[in-house]
Design a protein around this ligand. Structure first.
Ligand code: ZN
Length: 95
């Protein structure tokens, strides 16, 4: 019991030191947010081609793990896609 607790602590400490370290899963390369990386890139809900990168082929908004966007920009993306759908620039659904 005591031994196991100690082991857990040691593993947690090691995880804290290295964000990319995940022994149970494949090595994950840290994605960089496309909107943070390119400061000139402005999301525009009237620009369908730009927003199409952030929706699946079914028209669904891709999750952060797929877009690589940070929390702030993922919210912006979501808002822009929803606005674009409302003005029929993007589809609500495909098929
Ligand atoms: Zn960002």
């Amino acid at each position: 019991m005591a031994d196991r607790k100690q082991n857990n602590n040691r593993r947690n400490n090691r995880n804290n030191g290295d964000e990319d370290f995940s022994p149970r899963f494949r090595k994950v390369r840290k994605k960089v947010c496309p909107l943070c990386a390119n400061k000139d890139l402005k999301l525009d809900y009237k620009n369908g081609d730009q927003l199409r990168k952030f929706v699946s082929d079914k028209g669904k908004i891709l999750p952060r793990r797929a877009t690589g966007a940070c929390a702030k920009h993922q919210r912006d993306i979501t808002l822009a896609v929803k606005r674009a759908r409302h003005i029929a620039v993007l589809p609500f659904t495909q098929n």
